[in-house]
Design a binder for this molecule. Structure first.
Ligand code: HEM
Length: 557
């Protein structure tokens, strides 16, 4: 099969041969065959010379192709492992690498507060046409507008509000336990399952329950509902690819004659990709309105909060804005948490001593009556589970659920970043007008900051009792896996609640071991498309002999 490169060469050859056959007068012919290509060549060569020698980032090292074109980033994204490229560049070029013509990547955890300060604006990476959606708090570029939007929506995500939904999280976890027990221990009996999709079912049901007031039934079905998981992945991949050439896309899209907007007309198909998620969000709004109209009680949840927001003139915010925020919550709150749970399971199962310590802590808490009910309460788990806390933190350090560079604009007067260590420490000036960011998958492997064992999964490094207060605080300061500064994750309380509860329940109720994929089972696959997508995490479960099973068996869900 011909490759894209072959087809392109073939096409160019045909165009060229057609042109040379044209009976044009010599001037036009020479213009098309000689002057125009020469002009194009001169423009491209001039641009490359500018980018390599005169651009404000020309003195920073990095991959050659990355320094002259954004299309290189596009290629890297399609490999599904862009974090590996970025880590390799930092290993080769040092803590500041020019990864795209106008973008620097930093791998030094000390740079976080400088880059993600409260007045930092997001970049064109975030500025793609929003396909019929208004700007949401997450897509807003300007720090000022962002601050206004965030102040309005943040109350819906406060811990005390999230805690009101705690029993709904418990219900979803209970469903997971019961489904695994029924399908893999009672019906098929071999206890063998691929847990990767189940983490998504749990996360999607929790987020739809907490944010939208009803779970969509992923766990019950043991499968995708309305194609949401599949379509969200398509939308994420498309967005990721577009983000690599966002500047070019915007130039074409915004060109004055409107041809670009006509050509790239964002056709939102309600049945696929982003359109499906937007339609899902709109349906939540309509359902809620219907309930209100019918005089039925409504929950004081995220939908309710966003629907009752007002504009400065006192009018209610429009549906287009509510849709945008709800779409963001669906995006941001599902596959992130699912990926995190998967990695915790993998890490615990691959480290027998960690598994033993974790189970000892969970069992100890239940036996001593510090955890009650089927799934311990948020407060009890938080207060009594230092090792579980360390496991969750370490898992996000080793594999950040959002494994991409989160860029920010460098505004005047520029940044002075520390580089080097000890007596060799100095500063580097980053000029205004460029973009800079960090990928948590890279910063969290910095050996100066985390020590020579930075690549190892070691929950103990987070324990004050093991490493001392100063070291534990140092690690907390650099933890950017939930984002940083004013843009820190709004859903972190929801995510944390879901994580501590589900991990503690899974290891209390099941004895779990990782196994090879069975014949015909999906093999392990892991891809990074700004979120992690994985398949084929095969485990074998057995019921543990714990008394709480009586409650689970008796519960009706
Ligand atoms: C383990 C789970 C999660 C991780 C690791 C995570 C991580 C992040 C990160 C890194 C950002 C900052 C992005 C940026 O700077 O561009 C972010 C923002 C955000 N996240 Fe999460 N997130 C998680 C779960 C959730 C959940 C469950 C929700 C919703 C209920 C959520 C809602 C949001 C929102 C609305 C923003 C935008 C905040 C802003 O721009 O001010 N996230 N998250």
């Amino acid at each position: 099969m011909a490759t894209m490169k072959d087809s392109f060469s073939l096409l160019s050859a045909r165009v060229f041969s057609q042109l040379s056959r044209l009976d044009l007068n010599l001037d036009v012919k020479s213009l098309l065959l000689i002057h125009l290509p020469l002009l194009l060549f001169t423009i491209v060569a001039g641009k490359i010379i500018y980018l390599r020698h005169f651009h404000p980032l020309s003195r920073f090292p990095g991959p050659f192709l990355g320094s002259i074109t954004n299309f290189y980033q596009l290629y890297i994204i399609t490999t599904g492992r862009l974090e590996q490229y970025e880590a390799a560049w930092h290993a080769k070029y040092g803590p500041l690498v020019r990864i795209r013509p106008n973008v620097l990547s930093s791998s030094d955890p000390r740079h976080g507060p400088y880059i993600y300060h409260k007045n930092a604006d997001k970049t064109s990476f975030q500025d793609l046409p929003s396909f019929g959606l208004e700007e949401s708090v997450g897509s807003q570029k300007s720090h000022k507008v962002h601050a206004y939007l965030k102040k309005r929506v943040a109350p819906a995500f406060r811990l005390e509000v999230v805690k009101r939904s705690e029993n709904m999280v418990d219900d979803q976890i209970l469903k997971l336990l019961k489904e695994w027990d029924r399908r893999y221990l009672k019906e098929s009996k071999d206890g063998l399952l691929d847990c990767a999709p189940w983490t998504q079912y749990l996360a999607y049901d929790v987020i739809s329950e907490i944010a939208f007031g009803e779970s969509k039934g992923f766990l019950k079905k043991g499968g995708d509902v309305e194609g949401l998981i599949t379509e969200l992945l398509k939308a994420i991949k498309a967005g990721m690819i577009l983000s690599a050439v966002a500047d070019l896309f915007l130039t074409i899209y915004n060109e004055p004659l409107g041809i670009g907007r006509w050509l790239l007309k964002p056709g939102v198909d309600p049945k696929s990709g982003l359109g499906k998620i937007v339609t899902f969000a709109q349906n939540q709004i309509t359902t809620r309105r219907n309930r209100i109209a019918e005089g039925k009680p409504v929950r004081n949840d995220v939908v309710n909060h966003i629907m009752s927001l007002q504009n400065p003139d006192g009018t209610l915010v429009p549906d287009s804005y509510i849709r945008a925020e709800l779409t963001l919550v669906t995006f941001a709150g599902s596959d992130t948490t699912a990926a995190n749970i998967r990695h915790i399971i993998i890490s615990v199962l691959s480290n027998p001593s960690v598994k033993a310590k974790l189970i000892a802590e969970i069992d100890g808490n239940y036996e001593a009556g510090r955890l009650s009910g089927m799934v311990g309460t948020y407060d009890d788990l938080n207060a009594n589970s230092p090792y579980l806390y360390a496991v969750l933190k370490e898992s996000r350090r080793i594999r950040a659920p959002i494994p991409i560079l989160l860029p920010r604009q460098v505004n005047a007067p520029g940044l002075h970043l520390p580089v080097g260590h000890g007596s060799e420490q100095t500063t580097v000036f980053i000029p205004p007008g460029v973009d800079i960011g960090q990928n948590s998958m890279v910063t969290t492997r910095d050996k100066h900051y985390y020590g020579p064992d930075a690549d190892e999964f070691k929950p103990e490094r987070w324990l004050e009792t093991e490493v001392g207060k100063a070291q534990a605080e140092k690690l907390e300061r650099a933890d950017m896996t939930f984002g940083a500064g004013a843009r820190v994750c709004l859903g972190r309380n929801i995510a944390w609640m879901e994580l501590i509860k589900s991990v503690s329940a899974l290891f209390r109720y099941f004895d779990i071991e990782r196994v090879e994929p069975p014949a015909g089972g999906k093999p392990y696959k892991c891809e990074n498309f700004s979120l992690w997508y994985e398949d084929g995490i095969w485990i074998r479960i057995r019921r543990r002999d714990v008394r709480e099973w009586n409650m689970v068996d008796a519960a009706v869900v």
